[in-house]
Design a protein around this ligand. Sequence first.
Ligand code: CA
Length: 733
Amino acid sequence: MRRLYAALISAVLLVSCSSDDVSVRTCPADYVSTLCGTLSDHSFSNGNVYPATALPWGMHSWSPMTSDKAEGWFYRYEAHKITGFKQAHQPSPWIGDYGQIAIMPLRNTDDYPADRRASLFSHKSEQAKPYLYSVYLADHDIRIEIAPSERAAAIRLTYPESGESGFVLDALSPRSEVSIEDGLITGRTDNNCGGVPDNFANYFVVKSSKPVTSFNVEGDDAIAGFGGTGRGEQVTLYIASSFISPEQARRNLLEVEGRSFDEVRDAAKDRWNEVLGRIEVSGGSEEQMRTFYSCLYRAALFPRKFYEIDADGRPVHYSPFNGEVRPGTLYTDSGSWDVFRAQCPLLNLVYPETASEIIESYAGIARENDFLPEWASPGHRNCMIGNNSASIVADGIVKGLSNLSKELEDTLFATIVHGCTNVHPEIPSSGRLGHEYYDSLGYIPCDAGIRESVARTLEYAYNDWCIYRLGEALGRSESETAPFKSRSGNYRNVFDPATRLMRGRLSDGSFEPEFSPYKWGGVFTEGNAWHYSWSVLHDVEGLISLMGGKDGFTEMLDSVFVVPPVYDDSYYGRRIHEIAEMQAADMGNYAHGNQPAQHIIYLYDYAGQPHKAQYWVREVMDRLYSCAPDGYCGDEDNGQTSAWYVFSALGFYPVCPISGEYAIGSPLFTKATLHLSNGRNVTIKARDNSPANRYISVARKNGRRFDGHFVSYEELMDGVRLDFRMSSRPDTE
Ligand code: CA
């Protein structure tokens, strides 16, 4: 059935790519710039991403490098020299890379040392697309073009006339091995930043279309020479790697071996057009189209497929959780704290076949060790807080996307429940740090030596609600689910009625005496009370009543944008980049550059003031996003910040993923069509739309007028038609 739907979608796209309609004259993949978000550094993030050329969710990404040392910021848009082209697996500069190798073509193989191989380049001689990265290396007079498959790539090199042409393969680790036999270069590297057992390795294989006539290994560099090339002579390198074995790497090479470079590139382009084309938008500016598809591309890169296909055509993976080779799929390289909010809900809605593989992957992890990772790269990493993997699993299962057996669903549920009363022995961000306090007091006290105590309490409460809903969906007994339902109200225990904000609480029940709503960190995670007081995704009604009803609630919500962008960074001792990005946005204390705040604009819908949501959603889309290298307003974070834009441009957002309720904002395009995998289409039309006409004056659902502020998952899956008339005047009633 699923194959049939995929075929249907492909048919739709082939039509749209060849259409005469001006709005679709270019294929969606050509609207994407992979450079969007690459002008970033430690202290100020405009995305903190690298230009990844890869297939959607592909096992390897390829990216130019501008740094000559191993560092998270290995690519900087403003650099003038490229040092190599890396097979990268890095999900975030803060987490680092693993199993990486790099290629650099050379006019003269004597120039292989790191300080001599770097070449001048210009963005004017570059194409940075998801399916192709191409650049002219001025100092070598060589053009390089890279086209990806899921686990391999074709690299076409156009050489000048030279008697010593070749390339260097850098295994980027002193513990690497590389050799050549019968013209096939093979090797292994085990570089990583953690999250792997001792037997971890990336096994690579390189085959050249032109015979390699000289081969030397110097340290971790393998220098391959062709003996000479004529001017304009093209050589194609076919390169693949495996986390399982050298034999599997050879099998993965079959993804590209025997195909021309153009065939590999065109297949990658077709795949991206199929994925990106599931959403068609029109009636916006060229710039908005580019931003939209660049965001949709980022939202479809992670989590990364870490599984491979064995000789019998079955998925198989190296487990970074127990070091064994296991059957089944595995996805990695993402943080649940970020992506449970909008990126996973976007996959669930638009790419359910991938979403159901991700759930299958979590079930595999549950059999390979005792905990689900909250940050994975490729195994458990110590980063961020909460049990938000429960949200991802519950969202998929509640929406009927699980293909798991009853037994596997039970294993998955048991592992999630186990994680609520245990902490991973080495990686404390997996499991539930502070569960003893949370279970006995109903909150984590701020004097118990557990940092980010309020943020943890709020997230555990939401996570408990997710587990309650998951248990219900799996038919678990009420006695099993009731405690989770009851604990989901624990957010109330850190709400201070005097300030109407979430606030640190001591073990004796009193609130932390020193309190500033502008203080970042401490009891919160990369945010302050203005950001975290809204982290009650599952019970906004309850939060509204705590804040004194709709009037009190909107007064507090207005304040987020009205208070000056002042901050207290005493907890960190420096202005962390998230603070700088909030301050620079000129939106008061609203911090769109980090995840805890990304749903709060939509809370205006719950308080009956949707025109304010419409105003702010458009401010954020218009001012904080673009398709330029500085096109994000903080860390992009594995598709989450991009998914916010994709949903918001469509006109709705999943404030609480599992609720199946999407809050309506302000659609950006005159028309958007969502091609669902069940063969139905969601269409969103916004007449008279413009930057000034951002307010909804009339709304129709399937032709019938409606005044609600929400659309449901069921309505979307049925193929709802939403028709809006846009106006420059807010409808305050
Ligand atoms: Ca972040």
